[in-house]
Design a protein around this ligand. Structure first.
Ligand code: FAD
Length: 501
């Protein structure tokens, strides 16, 4: 056991986008940060289609804009879908809109080995001490707080390190999050993904050639992500009941699923599967949606997939990871620099992170609802009100949302889901009618259940607008109002919480 480890302000577990973001933002305020990463980078990870709030918000604040540009990642201007009752594909673009007036209206499709390396190297440059091949094995508790981490190093030697806060950013297989709260699963989004890589697949016609393409088919849906002019990430998301079949014969299963599609099949007609290197295998991931009952406890905080995850259809994983990294850094810096109490500062973090997560959950629920007329086991099981989700009070309590004007009160999961019934139609109309869902005017309709889609979209945009305007730097920031009456707002530099003026 290492006897005399230095004590840090923060120890971060995991060097993915969540861990790199939070550690950089804390180090940027001059605080000491140690990051422990189990693997040696570059390491493979799924999650390649990003959102503008990550690239033009958090990444701009991290100062990696030029590096990302020089990495030649594919430009993503929006998404294309064969989804819902329209048999023809439709698309949306991020802008121009009030959130993304022009230059910010894009994201990238990234090879995560390269993207995550850029963020981790940047953390090092910001002063974070990064130790790769160090695995956190547990936490140290002292006087009712989490006070440090136990780990093993590259040679398998055990060690301990103390810190004022431990950030768990170790991803979906975290063994630390249960020290903070309990993981609760959605019964609605219980899918399994089978994915691999192809070369020389076709591209959609310009200007959509860099967009993610998703195609719903009888047994699930496909993603088709153009990573480079040659390389495409292709994955099928199907019901969890297929898991064993996928494990036993992934190649046969992939061929079978591709054969059921119309457009993915055509795009892949000239392609061949990659068979070597990190892209040369079939991978399987359960992508169940879940959230922890608590995102922080005295001395510890959860960031990214360690806290919550939502189905991959909207490419929200890296956004939630990097955005929660920023929110957690604001909480830590708020205590260290602004004299805020831990309770107040971390409650603000949890409130905003939960709200972002629940917004995506509700958005996704509506998105799945659009395909409710497809007649198949997969889509039948995803008719919101017909699923076990309607009895899943524990998860629905977590995601029923906190609106700016107070938290809506739903006595049961069923009551909440009933209020959202038909929301898919509202969004479908907005998507296929008005081409840009991020625009101020869409979606304007109100569904029969009383769900106010316009208010929802306003709320959905709030966090994105805030982080994008922060990322612009130099530009004039919107005057922030606290979300709740006694809440906090981001500081001028965006790196901590502060009292409203
Ligand atoms: P991770 O990226 O998982 O990083 C965690 C890090 O912690 C890893 O480097 C790991 O090695 C390290 N670690 C783990 N345990 C320990 C330990 N004990 N000690 C030290 N280090 C440890 N997101 C998108 O944005 N776009 C997409 O298109 C997308 N597609 C997806 C498709 C599927 C099928 C799935 C399942 C997910 C998808 N995601 C997508 C989600 C995305 O993969 C994650 O949300 C994102 O990687 C989370 O980032 P993170 O930093 O929280 O965790």
């Amino acid at each position: 056991m290492s006897a005399s480890e230095q004590t840090y302000d923060v120890v971060v577990i995991g060097g993915g986008p969540g861990g790199s973001s939070v550690s950089s933002f804390v180090a940027m305020r001059g605080h000491s940060v140690l990051l422990l990463e189990r693997e040696r980078f570059p390491r493979y990870q799924i999650g390649e289609s990003l959102l503008p709030a990550t690239i033009n918000g958090v990444c701009a604040m991290l100062g990696v804009t030029e590096e990302l540009k020089n990495a030649n990642f594919t430009y993503k201007l929006g998404g294309c879908y064969r989804w819902g009752r329209h048999s023809e594909p439709w698309s949306f673009t991020f802008g121009p809109s009030t959130i993304f007036p022009g230059t910010e209206a894009f994201a990238y499709q990234v090879e995560r080995m390269k993207f995550d390396q850029i963020l981790l190297d940047n953390a090092r440059r910001k002063g974070v001490e990064v130790r790769e091949q160090h695995t956190a094995t547990g936490v140290i508790r002292e006087r009712g707080r989490i006070a440090g981490v136990e780990y093993t190093d590259a040679e398998g030697n055990p060690g301990t390190v103390k810190a004022r806060w431990v950030v768990d950013a170790s991803g979906n297989r975290t063994n630390i999050s249960r020290t903070v709260g309990e993981r609760v699963y959605s019964k609605f989004f219980q899918n399994v993904a089978l994915f691999t890589y192809f070369e020389d697949g076709k591209r959609l016609p310009a200007p959509n050639s860099g967009n993610i393409f998703c195609e719903a088919f009888g047994e699930g849906w496909f993603w088709y992500i153009p990573l480079t002019p040659k390389l495409t990430s292709v994955g099928a998301v199907v019901a969890r009941e297929h898991a064993d079949k996928l494990q036993q014969a992934p190649e046969k299963a992939m061929e079978y699923f591709i054969d059921q599609t119309r457009i993915v099949k055509d795009l892949l007609a000239p392609a061949h599967r990659v068979t070597e290197g990190p892209y040369g295998q079939f991978r399987i991931r359960k992508d169940y949606s879940y959230a922890n009952t608590r995102f922080w406890t005295p001395g510890a905080v959860l960031v990214g997939d360690a806290a919550c995850f939502i189905d991959p259809i909207f490419s929200s994983g890296v956004h939630l990871a990097t955005y929660s990294g920023l929110l957690a850094a604001r909480a830590i810096n708020g205590v260290l620099d602004e004299g805020l109490s831990e309770e107040r500062s971390f409650q603000e973090f949890e409130l905003r992170y939960r709200r972002e997560f629940s917004n995506f959950y509700q958005f996704l629920m509506a998105f799945y609802d659009m395909d409710k007329d497809l007649d198949s086991y997969f889509w039948d099981a995803r008719k919101v009100l017909n699923t076990e989700e309607s009895m899943n009070d524990a998860f629905i309590r977590i995601v029923s949302g906190t609106a700016e004007d107070g938290e809506p009160l739903f006595r049961t999961a069923r009551e909440f889901l009933e209020s959202r019934a038909g929301v898919g139609d509202v969004f479908l109309k907005a998507y296929t009618g008005a081409s840009n869902p991020m625009a101020e005017s869409a979606p304007a309709a109100q569904n029969p259940g009383g769900f106010d889609a316009e208010a929802f979209m306003r709320d959905f945009r709030h966090g994105i607008v805030e982080v994008i305007s922060q990322g612009k730097g130099g530009g004039r920031r919107r005057v922030e109002k606290p979300l709740l009456p006694d809440g906090l707002i981001p500081s001028e530099d965006g790196l901590s919480w502060a009292e409203p003026a």
